[in-house]
Design a protein around this ligand. Structure first.
Ligand code: ZN
Length: 114
């Protein structure tokens, strides 16, 4: 397929911009948005400003509704990775033993000076 149109006119700012400056849109003929990325961003920002409260409210509701699920997921992940995490922490401490010693010394000295 030969691409003859490399630029598209934005329906909002009326500027000719390269196709990479447009978001993909499945519903349009050429699969690209009518508005360039800049205009879309501005549009979204405006929309967000207008709907901020609603969006936040929705997120809150979503979280409340799924609180248990989210918690469960976290819990499951933790259970699954508990041993690994322990192992990792141990390894980490071993690896940085000298550093921790030094750091502790410095820290203690600092406290003494206070
Ligand atoms: Zn534009």
């Amino acid at each position: 397929m030969v691409e003859t149109i490399i630029r598209q006119k934005c329906n909002k700012c009326k500027l000719l911009k390269p196709l990479s400056e447009y978001y993909k849109q499945k519903t349009t003929k050429n699969k690209l948005n009518f508005y360039c990325k800049d205009c879309e961003r501005k549009r979204f920002k405006l929309w967000y400003e207008k709907n901020k409260e609603k969006v936040i409210e929705k997120q809150k509701i979503y979280y409340l509704k799924n609180e248990k699920k989210i918690y469960k997921k976290k819990r499951l992940w933790y259970e699954k990775n508990k041993e690994k995490m322990k192992e990792y922490q141990k390894e980490y401490r071993e690896k940085h033993k000298e550093y921790f010693k030094k750091y502790n010394k410095i820290y203690r000295n600092k406290i003494k000076k206070l």
